[in-house]
Design a protein around this ligand. Structure first.
Ligand code: ASP
Length: 444
């Protein structure tokens, strides 16, 4: 039986970019003693035009690999940490750490090792500043040879190690392979580490501190001052993955979702804001409107395949989709009619293989016609509040009609909480604004 309430807190690069930001982070952690496990990113940009430490470390690696002088770039990284250490008046000397990094670089280390040093060093600094224990992620987070997280081993080892530390800092972004080599997640992967630590420590909540107060209902570059989303389910968030802005690494959802641990997105620069709470299930729809969020993305194409009596040919759809599979292209949606099927795919993925795909489809299903239309945008309208609520789709389509937007395809998932529309790319922003206004703008 677990007695302590535990929060795992992850701080992004902008939250730890300099000593001033570190001070905010330290205050946030100190004011709540349940914030026991801390996952830092590497220092991010302090101002426009500044460098992120991770980028500089990749630069060191590439320069060294080309036989160039990596010392200037490495000195810039060292200066960043020294400025933080000096700004916080910490009794800490990273000379030995930098000597080891330089030695490894000279001997030809790999990119993942270099990139991971950003989080590693930031973890050492933050642990010292907080008086928390430091746990090297290489000792507790493990990857399989193919780069996938070794969930079983990580859960077992990390879970046991965390029990030995009341408070600890565990650097984000990396872990180790079976042979001890360092391996990183994809960029932005400290979010995943935070999620993994939350799971292993059986945390009650995973707070992900960044530089925005959570998710917005729509992209602020499209809608003027959109409202904040207070509560969103994991499924809704997945459906909104067409959002441009990347507040949270997509893969960070899975470890905590399995354990039912909520993620709270918070703003280090506005700690008084409640942020967005991401939860497994919303018990009731009470207090939630029909729409949680709207997202859009350009760059899609639809390939429409027509053949008389298609609907009675068993295996037709499978043969069409197999062509996409052979060519390594995943499909987004399949809007279909009785004698036609449309396959919506990313234009970027299709373009280099377009002729091969069309020829192969002609060969395997001998269609009456096949047509390609590029230049589509997908707009996802998502909300758990839509389920069993009469009239939501009508309002979405009325808004589209009033804005003069022609809808090319329509797809409502059978779980009823998403409607995905495709429109001409030039109509996307107008449609998003129209839907937002319909559901969120105060009516006079
Ligand atoms: N520092 C890494 C990056 O810039 C990982 C992270 O910040 O989450 O991608």
């Amino acid at each position: 039986m677990k007695s302590d309430y535990i929060k795992v807190v992850k701080f992004g690069g902008s939250s730890l970019a300099d000593a001033g930001q570190f001070e905010k982070v330290i205050q946030i952690i100190r004011e709540d003693e349940t914030r026991r496990y801390v996952v830092p990113s590497a220092p991010g940009k302090r101002f426009d035009g500044d460098f992120k430490v991770t980028d500089k470390l990749y630069e060191c690696y590439h320069t060294a690999k080309m036989g160039g002088d990596f010392r200037i770039a490495l000195a810039a990284v060292r200066d960043r940490y020294q400025a933080i250490i000096d700004g916080l008046s910490l009794p800490l000397d990273l000379s030995e750490e930098f000597r080891i990094i330089e030695e490894n670089l000279t001997q030809g280390t790999d990119a993942d090792y270099m990139a991971s040093r950003g989080e590693y060093l930031n973890g050492i600094v933050l642990a010292r500043a907080l008086g928390f224990d430091f746990i090297d992620a290489a000792d507790v987070l493990f990857f399989e040879e193919d780069g996938m997280l070794d969930t079983y081993k990580t859960q077992k080892v990390m879970g046991a190690v965390l029990k030995l530390h009341h408070n600890a800092v565990i650097p984000g972004f990396y872990g180790s392979l079976a042979d001890g080599r360092i391996k990183t997640f994809t960029r932005g992967g400290s979010d995943i580490t935070g999620s993994v630590v939350a799971r292993a420590s059986e945390a009650d909540i995973y707070e992900n501190w960044t530089d925005v107060s959570g998710f917005l209902v729509a992209d602020p570059r499209i809608v003027d001052s959109p409202k904040n989303i207070e509560v969103i389910t994991y499924h809704e968030l997945r459906e909104l993955s067409y959002r441009g802005a990347n507040v949270l690494h997509e893969d960070a959802i899975f470890p905590v979702r399995m354990a039912g641990i909520p993620i709270n997105i918070r703003n280090t620069n506005r700690p008084e804001d409640k942020g967005t709470m991401i939860i497994a299930h919303a018990d009731s729809k009470a207090g939630c409107g029909p729409i949680t969020g709207i997202a859009g993305r350009r760059g899609f194409s639809v390939l429409t395949i027509e053949k008389d009596m298609m609907n009675s040919q068993v295996g037709f759809g499978r043969r069409v989709l197999q062509v996409f599979e052979h060519n390594g292209i995943s499909f987004e949606h399949l809007p279909s009619g009785i004698d036609s099927v449309g396959v919506i795919v990313s234009t970027e993925a299709l373009s280099p293989k377009r002729d091969a795909v069309i020829n192969e489809i002609c060969r395997v299903v001998e269609p009456d016609s096949i047509q390609l239309e590029e230049g589509l945008a997908l707009v996802a309208v998502v909300g758990r509040g839509m389920v069993n609520r009469v009239g939501t789709a009508a309002r979405v389509f009325r808004a589209a009609a009033d804005a003069g937007v022609n809808i090319r395809t329509i797809d409502q998932g059978s779980r009823e909480f998403n409607i995905i529309l495709s429109v001409a790319e030039s109509d996307m922003e107008r449609l998003i604004r129209a839907i937002y206004d319909e559901f969120y703008k105060e009516k006079p």
